[in-house]
Design a protein around this ligand. Structure first.
Ligand code: UGA
Length: 434
């Protein structure tokens, strides 16, 4: 099929590239000329495992092209995906100006009927409103459908190729049939293609993220309780997870969720509820618990260093909001770094992918280290803020030699408290005590 994808951010680029890889003819469109120029030369603006290779192969083979020209790009497309950003606006809801602007341009460029599919996460009612607005600019018939994205950063290609389900929100069954044809190659036999109204599809995306974020805030609150009563949250997790109604997934305690999705989507849902005069007590609590959890590492550091953190050197391993990405948006590591800077501490940081993004934010306020051990030199403590695999099996002897004092604050429970105590570390985990 001929496909146009508007917006070459995370969602759009993965969508366009994976659809090209499955044999479609895809043009990815963005108004930022520098980004499109870069992509044409093979420069991928984000780090996502496997994406660069796919972009290069499909560009070389001519199935994937990049353009700033929206009207020309959509002219031949059978389906137009809209994957522009919907960042948090000042009122807490989603800023939809990008969606409206693209809709207007599409409507003004239409020469024949088209299917426009919103991939961006949008508040309920956006599909209907987009159709209404577009109809003001064209007399040519078109369909607006919703197809929410469930990809996880760091595993996006695999998630795209093996979706747990595909959800489409449509007004006409013919549109669902077209989309089913497009996604059929990716649907394993036991995975459903779910057709519903655009409103339900829009809501599905938010409800999924709200429940996932709720699980994290729930387990973080329980972990803090475990710690206070000397229970081990890992054992408790095992104790509950075998109950099939509960399960093990997404119940890892840590330093709070970050990223471009959960924080923004939870606040968008709170805003949606408020707009209808409804309470959103659960989601307000989830957000509040998460904000507090982002402070937990700093509180532990502050109570360990009784004489204060001024002049102390703290090593931080992991800056991205989670492993396998260079994304530092709403990353818990940054909340810690801000607090340590206020305290007057020196901070030596290492991350396998996110250093460049952090350097853009902090400049020379931090010391950037290419290697994990480099960050430990002369440090009074190590903090682990992101659980990159490369941190899981370090040489503990080297760590003890390099650190000024062998203290580890493990925000992701990468290490075992008892083993760390045996090795001679003073160790702090989340919801676990030696
Ligand atoms: C999330 C959802 O998982 C995707 O399904 C969704 O498509 C995406 O948002 C989106 O809306 O676009 P993502 O933000 O990439 O994906 O990352 P996750 O792997 O879900 O992790 C989010 C945060 O939760 C991270 O900071 C992670 O460290 C934290 N987390 C996750 C925990 O603290 N504990 C857990 O058990 C799981």
């Amino acid at each position: 099929m001929k496909i146009a994808v508007i917006g070459t951010g995370y969602v759009g680029l993965v969508q366009g590239t994976c659809l090209a890889e499955s044999g479609n003819d895809v043009v990815c469109i963005d108004k930022i000329a520098a980004k499109i120029e870069g992509l044409k030369q093979g420069k991928i603006p984000i780090y996502e495992p496997g994406l660069a290779e796919l972009v290069h192969r499909n560009t070389r083979d001519g199935r994937l092209t990049f353009s700033t020209d929206l009207a020309a790009g959509i002219a031949d497309a059978e389906i137009i995906f809209v994957a522009v950003g919907t960042p948090q606006a000042d009122h807490g809801g989603a800023d939809l100006s990008g969606v409206w602007a693209v809709g207007k341009q599409i409507a003004e460029s239409l020469t024949e009927p088209k299917v426009i599919v919103i991939k961006s996460t949008v508040p309920v009612g956006t599909n209907a409103e987009l159709a209404r607005r577009m109809a003001e600019s064209t007399t040519i018939p078109f369909d607006v459908a919703n197809n929410p994205e469930f990809l996880k950063e760091g595993a996006a290609i695999e998630d795209f190729n093996k979706p747990d389900r595909v959800v489409v929100g449509v007004r006409r069954p013919e549109v669902a049939e077209t989309l089913h044809e497009l996604y059929a190659p990716f649907l394993r036999t036991d995975r459903p293609f779910l057709v519903m109204s655009p409103e339900s599809a829009e809501m599905t995306k938010y409800v999924a993220n709200c429940l996932l974020a709720t699980k994290i805030s729930f387990i973080n609150e329980m972990a803090n309780l475990c710690e206070a009563y000397k229970a081990d949250v890992n054992d408790v997790r095992r104790g509950i997870g075998h109950d099939q109604r509960i399960g093990f997934h997404f119940l890892h305690p840590g330093v709070g969720y970050g990223g471009s999705c959960f924080p923004k989507d939870i606040r968008a849902v709170i805003h949606m509820a408020q707009s209808r005069g409804l309470p959103a007590r659960m989601m307000e609590a989830v957000d509040e618990v998460n904000e507090a959890q982002k402070e937990v590492l700093h509180s532990k550091l502050a109570s360990h260093f009784k004489d204060g953190l001024r002049g102390k050197t703290i090593a931080v391993w992991g800056l991205a909001f989670k492993p396998r990405t260079d994304d530092v948006r709403e990353a818990p590591a940054l909340v810690l770094i801000d607090a340590l800077l206020r305290d007057g501490a020196h901070i030596r940081v290492h991350d396998p992918e996110a250093i460049a993004n952090v350097r853009d934010l902090y400049g020379d306020k931090l010391t950037y280290c290419d290697r994990p051990y480099g960050a430990l030199e002369e440090a009074d403590a190590l903090v682990i803020a992101t659980e990159w695999n490369e941190f899981r099996n370090p040489d503990f002897d080297v760590m003890i030699r390099l650190l000024r004092s062998p203290v580890v604050f493990d925000g992701r429970n990468v290490f075992d408290p008892e083993r760390m105590a045996e090795l001679g570390f003073t160790y702090y985990g989340i919801g676990r005590v030696a």
